[in-house]
Design a protein around this ligand. Structure first.
Ligand code: SER
Length: 318
């Protein structure tokens, strides 16, 4: 695949932070767009623009000047934070996403890649949950993500923008969590090592789909690069593993001797988890563009532990 110009919204977030060096390594020219200042982790080759996706002028200025081939739209307010500040989730996830599509239309961006989520689904679905089911989410985050999926399909039909994306499971990496309800899994690793203990806000039986970040980034790039004629839909479920919270805790305990992991369920957060799928059926992604996950719970845990240790050893996290 020839090098491309890629604009990344939410570049300083949980996904963007890990994606930037991978894009640079494959030779892409990258403009990182984020509210936050440039972090030390940002590769020097990347241009960093501080901007707010809720202001159309800021988005338009960046897109008009940089002329990206593709926009990877990662910026969003996640589920747990979104329930606390629903107006902010609406503004960022709805108005912000609209501004991205408008900029893509105005300045002839070829492809917009959208990061949807397991939170696009609501309760009561048959498991594992397929792509083509009724989307009835019960969170502000979920409903804005469904709207984003529909908006993208509208822009594709009406204006010919190549629109595609994935529904991510809860994502786990050696990073700083982004305010999602799936963050208990990440905290078990990070706080388990940093503090020696963590009390999860869910029940031990809580079960949602999860994915290790390297798989999530590879899925994004593989779907973004896939020949359009192979795709039979725009948004794909992708899956890797569906451990219970107790099973994740056991995987952490096996690798961090003496760690204390307990469960203190928060009713509101547990209700969000209960409204999401236990497991996703991603057979369409596997059939259409060859998706295959690499990491299961044990593979992820083995790979992650040294990375969490390195993160904690950095002076700013000590
Ligand atoms: N990780 C997200 C959240 O918990 C789900 O997409 O909000």
């Amino acid at each position: 695949m020839a090098a491309m110009k890629i604009l990344l919204t939410g570049a300083g977030g949980q996904i963007g932070t890990d994606m930037l060096p991978i894009l640079v390594a494959r030779g892409d020219e990258v403009l990182a767009f984020d509210l936050a200042p440039r972090p030390d982790t940002c590769p020097p080759e990347v241009e960093w623009v501080r901007g707010d996706i809720t202001y159309a002028e800021e988005v338009n200025t960046a897109v008009e000047r940089f002329q990206p081939d593709r926009i990877f739209h990662l910026a969003a307010i996640l589920s747990a934070v979104g329930e606390g500040v629903p107006h902010r989730a609406w503004r960022v996830n709805m108005d912000g996403t609209y501004n991205i599509f408008e900029a893509a239309r105005l300045f002839d961006v070829e492809q917009v890649f959208y990061t949807s989520t397991i939170a696009a689904f609501g309760p009561g679905l048959d498991q594992p949950v397929g792509d083509q089911v009724s989307l009835r989410p019960t969170t502000m985050y979920g409903l804005t993500k469904v709207a984003g999926e529909l908006l993208g399909e509208y822009y594709e039909q009406k204006f010919g923008i190549d629109f595609r994306g994935v529904r991510f499971p809860g994502l786990i990496n050696a990073g700083i969590p982004g305010g999602g309800t799936s963050d208990y899994a990440l905290f078990m690793f990070v706080d388990g090592m940093r503090e020696g203990r963590y009390a999860a806000f869910c029940t031990p039986e809580a079960m949602i789909p999860f994915m290790y970040m390297p798989d999530a980034i590879r899925a994004t790039l593989e779907l973004s690069d896939a020949p359009k004629e192979k795709l039979t839909q725009s948004i794909y479920n992708i899956a890797a593993m569906s451990p219970t919270a107790a099973e994740i805790a056991d995987a952490v305990r096996a690798r961090i001797p003496g760690v204390e992991l307990t469960f203190e369920p928060n009713e509101a957060l547990q209700a969000i988890l209960d409204s999401w799928p236990d497991a996703l059926d991603d057979s369409r992604a596997r059939a259409d563009w060859g998706w295959n996950h690499e990491f299961d719970l044990d593979g992820m845990s083995d790979d992650l532990i040294p990375k969490v240790r390195a993160l904690i050893d950095e002076p700013q996290h000590a």
